[in-house]
Design a protein around this ligand. Structure first.
Ligand code: Z5A
Length: 207
């Protein structure tokens, strides 16, 4: 039996890392064998592309180059890591996936969503996440949380309205695909957010 594919999404500082810890805890408690990975990244090539995408060396790269590098990293990730793990019956827990491309490169940068859908079909075939947890919170709260953490990367240096478009983009995806995308109110205190994540993942595991 193939494994399940779970992704976590949200704007910066939404608490995806924290959310993933709860997901991992619940999955492991059930005795499910899972791997944890992230995008962009997850493979040697993907991590090199991540450095180019997030670093400041190529500030001003074209939107299309950014989009294609995301999908180049994803093609490698699927071939080397995600699909083999799923075929092996393992669950794959991934910090960001193609919803991030729709949100950041589509809604954020303004690349037509049909172009992204074309790449999605080409690179992924029929592969789609079985469950996505969308950590949603106001942009100012996410920025404040992320700002306390480290120096901003190339994406984090964007203006406020870029992140507002991304947030609204994510919420549109969730509204269109409610059975796959579960929205978590990430603006709450940590214990409340963790409790929401726990319920969502337990519901999925026990369904
Ligand atoms: N990107 C893209 O454009 N297109 C794509 O297709 C893909 C990605 C796949 C890298 O993502 C960048 O790539 C990303 C989008 C782009 N750019 N941005 N922005 P990333 O996921 O590696 O980077 P990130 O968004 O900055 O995520 P992060 O660093 O992993 O942050 P997070 O996981 O969402 O947040 P956190 O580290 O768990 O929490 C942030 C802080 O808030 C931390 O100090 C926590 O302790 C604190 N926190 C968390 N929850 C709470 C609550 N509930 N209350 C109070 N404080 C909290």
């Amino acid at each position: 039996m193939t494994g399940k594919f779970i992704t976590v999404e949200g704007i910066e500082g939404a608490g995806k890392t924290t959310c993933m810890q709860v997901v991992t805890e619940v999955i492991e408690h059930q005795g499910i064998n899972a791997i944890h990975t992230r995008e962009p990244g997850g493979t040697d090539l993907g991590e090199d592309l991540r450095s180019l995408l997030l670093g400041h060396k190529h500030t001003g790269m074209s939107d299309d180059a950014e989009l294609l590098m995301m999908f180049a990293a994803r093609a490698e990730h699927i071939a080397q890591k995600i699909q083999p793990a799923l075929d092996d019956g393992k669950w794959v827990l991934c910090d960001r996936f193609t919803d991030a491309t729709y949100a950041y490169q589509g809604y954020g940068r303004g690349i037509p969503l049909e172009k992204i859908a074309g790449l999605e079909n080409w690179v992924q075939g029929e592969l789609r996440p079985d469950l996505t947890l969308l950590m949603d919170l106001p942009v100012e709260v996410g920025m404040e949380r992320a700002g306390k953490r480290s120096a901003p990367d190339r994406f984090e240096s964007e203006a406020w309205d870029f992140f507002e478009r991304i947030r609204q983009g994510y919420l549109s995806i969730a509204a269109e695909q409610p059975s796959r995308v579960k929205v978590i109110d990430a603006s709450q205190d940590l214990p409340d957010v963790q409790a929401q994540v726990r319920v969502a993942i337990e519901d999925f595991v026990n369904a």
